[in-house]
Design a protein. Structure first.
Length: 205
């Protein structure tokens, strides 16, 4: 199962250009705004989960953040991000891993996930994901989650997803995280279609 998942994403990132995937954003403004709203220092440890070759890391480097980590299951995605960043890639720690298997000695101040978490459809995987967030973050950490809303798509990249409302997000995280902010937002894809996302920000209790 895990190999099939990895294979799927390696294929996506080796066969499609960056603008040929629905999640492409040249300027990931919402994620940047939410990270800045956490008011952490520029050397805070920030990890982007399932970030692929997104432009979030580039934007955070431009804003002066210095302790950035990018995790993705796809080696091809990481390679693309590295190539695009060029010299700046040296300033980022890249991790090729499934977020469910990820374990780190580093404890993160911000855990950011846009459009990766919703690919988990089994209750056990969703709980394992939350356990991993807790295991790999500081007691005061911020959690930023972006997923398809109940008005959003039911599939992405040919795979089933879990749609979220604030209640469903709370059912997963409320026992260990305090909700700070939640809203929905339309994302316009490169194909001019609209996907509705829900963004929730949390602080660890």
């Amino acid at each position: 199962m895990e190999n099939a998942k990895k294979e799927h994403w390696e294929t996506v990132f080796t066969t499609k250009q960056e603008t040929e995937v629905s999640w492409y954003q040249k300027q990931p403004k919402t994620s940047i705004d939410l990270i800045q709203a956490c008011k952490v220092s520029k050397d805070a440890k920030i990890i982007d989960i399932g970030g692929g070759d997104s432009y979030l890391i580039d934007s955070l480097l431009d804003l002066g953040y210095t302790n950035l980590y990018l995790l993705d299951i796809s080696e091809a995605a990481i390679t693309r991000a590295k190539q695009r960043l060029g010299e700046k890639a040296k300033l980022v720690t890249f991790i090729v891993s499934d977020s469910l298997r990820f374990q780190s000695d580093v404890k993160f101040d911000i855990w950011h996930d846009r459009a990766s978490f919703h690919f988990f459809t089994e209750a056990g995987d969703i709980q394992q994901y939350k356990s991993n967030v807790i295991a790999n973050t500081h007691p005061e950490a911020h959690l930023i989650m972006g997923a398809f809303s109940e008005e959003g798509p039911q599939k992405c990249s040919g795979l089933p997803i879990t749609q979220y409302s604030v209640e469903k997000m709370e059912a997963v995280f409320a026992s260990d995280f305090e909700l700070q902010n939640c809203f929905t937002e339309d994302h316009v894809t490169p194909f001019e279609t609209v996907q509705n996302f829900i963004f929730c920000t949390y602080k660890r209790k």
